[in-house]
Design a protein around this ligand. Structure first.
Ligand SMILES: [Zn+2]
Length: 294
């Protein structure tokens, strides 16, 4: 009898927003321990996962997103690379499955500089994994992680990012661009400051009206828990109060403008809408899209 292949299929999913094609690229998963979310007992968070149809312990996705137009190929975040174990670092293979080679990526937008978002900028030998790409980061974010004097005051669980960022800056010398606030990054892609999780944490917004998308970075690490209880923070937040304010701001906007959301820890295939539910919100994960419709 033939053995059954138990490997999963490539983690890619394409959607169209105006003239952009956006491809979710899965980098793998982490087991987010319940205590990573502050202020809720493990049993209560398990109950929220169960009410969303999931059985703990749940795997948390790490995603990147490719944005393509006729003129440019832009990656948003690069996954973990080799830094976080065997269940991660799959983004390059999934990029290949989407038909794109690393040297074809023109620009990489960074939501923030935690290892699970920038580790993948580095190849196995710590050289630049994307030989042509320019890397674009909020000036405030870059300043924070480039300054070692922030080390002791930063959340312990993310201090490894200082070393990873130093390696990234070495590998991409002369190819780093910064922006301030809500800048237009490239035609049709706008930065959306969502500070708090980190000092320069930024989402990216593309398209207009009904065909717009916000890639919100790490607004939520555990959507099943933090949509019901948006004031719960995670141990990785640099400024928890600002993280809550940014989360509530973007939840409201997503609801009132019915905007599609993508996020680095949104369950794959990586897109969701949000609905209001009393004082809370619920995530409406988008099912597999069969055709590339708007
Ligand atoms: Zn993250």
């Amino acid at each position: 009898m033939m053995a059954i292949n138990i490997e999963q299929v490539p983690g890619i999913q394409r959607r169209k927003f105006g003239h952009f094609v956006v491809t979710a690229l899965n980098d793998g998963f982490i087991m987010l321990p319940p205590e990573a979310v502050r202020g809720i007992a493990a049993a209560d968070s398990a109950a929220l996962y169960r009410s969303a149809g999931r059985r703990p312990p749940c795997r948390t996705a790490i995603n990147g997103y490719l944005i393509q137009t006729a003129g440019s190929t832009v990656l948003v975040d690069a996954g973990c690379g080799t830094f976080m174990g065997p269940h991660l670092g799959r983004l390059p293979a999934n990029l290949g499955a989407a038909g794109v080679l690393p040297y074809e990526v023109d620009r990489i937008l960074i939501t923030h500089m935690h290892t699970d978002h920038v580790g993948g900028l580095l190849a196995d030998d710590q050289a630049a994994a994307y030989p042509r790409a320019r890397v674009t980061i909020s000036a405030k974010e870059l300043a924070y992680w480039s300054d070692r004097s922030n080390y002791d005051a930063s959340p312990e669980s993310t201090r490894d990012s200082f070393d990873v960022v130093a390696q990234v800056l070495g590998a991409y010398t002369g190819r780093i661009d910064t922006f301030e606030g809500a800048a237009n990054i490239v035609p049709g892609i706008r930065a959306l400051p969502l500070n708090g999780h980190t000092p320069g944490h930024t989402g990216f917004e593309i398209g207009v009206g009904a065909s717009s998308l916000i890639i919100w970075g790490d607004v939520s690490h555990a959507p099943e828990v933090q949509m019901t209880l948006p004031d719960l923070t995670v141990i990785f937040d640099v400024d928890p109060d600002r993280a809550i304010a940014s989360r509530r701001f973007i939840f409201e906007r997503a609801v009132s403008e019915d905007i599609m959301i993508a996020g680095m820890h949104i369950p794959f295939p990586g897109f969701t809408r949000i609905a209001r539910c009393g004082d809370a919100y619920i995530s409406l994960p988008q099912v597999w899209q069969y055709e590339l419709l708007e």
